[in-house]
Design a protein around this ligand. Structure first.
Ligand code: ADP
Ligand code: ADP
Ligand code: ZN
Length: 216
């Protein structure tokens, strides 16, 4: 079983790399950001509560997020392992995750940090377009769809995430630096951290991850 965690600033390419890694290792994808966006779309109670935080680029409270992750992890419905994407984001979440894994008697294989400098991130987020129907992600310059503004996979019109607008982006970066960045040391101390240069092409980043994981 391979249990991975992918970390990186907003826009670093976590979602893009997760998609490739899932396919490669046949893993279960656990993306808390995707879960919240789905719940918002459904208009569920969780979605209504979460929307207040997502739109501003703030973190949803730890308790709510930990409960969601526990519900998925505790089902143990991931024969080849899982890929956590966008969780944990705070020290309290990392400790809660440790407790969950301990109860389930499983452990993390590696923690991947996709490293990208801020200026590049801002460009990535400004050009990010997503399909609200199937969740596929594009970039206006780097990964454009075949037909401008239309999803290659399902034909739906693409949108810009509300939290990719300037103000929210700056807030997300500040929150990352304050709350999430310290987790890199947390995992480094556990000897789990693998740092990847995320400023290369999507395929190069992917191959670096695969080769570094293979070395472990
Ligand atoms: P990005 O891909 O830009 O890093 P995500 O899609 O992972 O962002 O998350 C989008 C938003 O969902 C976050 O800004 C936050 O509001 C909420 N969210 C996602 N994961 C978590 C988490 N682990 N803890 C708290 N809030 C979260
Ligand atoms: P995250 O999940 O970390 O927020 P995404 O995977 O959604 O990041 O990527 C953010 C944006 O940058 C998307 O528009 C995506 O198409 C683009 N992107 C991702 N990886 C790369 C890369 N290596 N080079 C150029 N653009 C990229
Ligand atoms: Zn689509």
């Amino acid at each position: 079983m391979i249990n991975l965690l992918i970390m990186g600033k907003p826009g670093a390419g976590k979602g893009t790399q997760s998609k490739k890694l899932l396919k490669h290792y046949q893993l279960e994808h656990i993306s808390t950001g995707n879960i919240y966006r789905d719940e918002i779309k459904k208009g569920s109670e969780i979605g209504i509560e979460a929307k207040k935080y997502l739109d501003q680029g703030n973190l949803v409270p730890d308790k709510m997020t930990n409960d969601i992750v526990w519900e998925i992890l505790s089902k143990k419905d991931y024969p080849n392992g899982f890929m956590l994407d966008g969780y944990p984001r705070t020290r309290a979440q990392a400790e809660a995750l440790d407790e969950m894994l301990c109860r389930l008697e499983i452990s993390l294989t590696s923690v991947i940090n996709v490293d990208v400098e801020d200026e590049i991130l801002l460009r990535r987020m400004a050009g990010r377009r997503v399909c609200p129907s199937c969740g596929h992600t594009y970039h206006t310059d780097y990964h454009p769809p075949k037909l401008e503004g239309i999803c290659d996979h399902c034909g739906h019109e693409l949108i810009q995430r509300p939290d990719d607008l300037e103000e929210s982006v700056m807030n997300r970066l500040a929150i990352y630096n304050e709350k999430t960045k310290p987790l890199l040391d947390y995992y480094d101390e556990k000897n789990l951290l693998v740092v990847i240069d995320g400023e290369q092409s999507t395929n190069k980043v992917f191959h670096d991850i695969i080769s570094k994981l293979g070395e472990k």
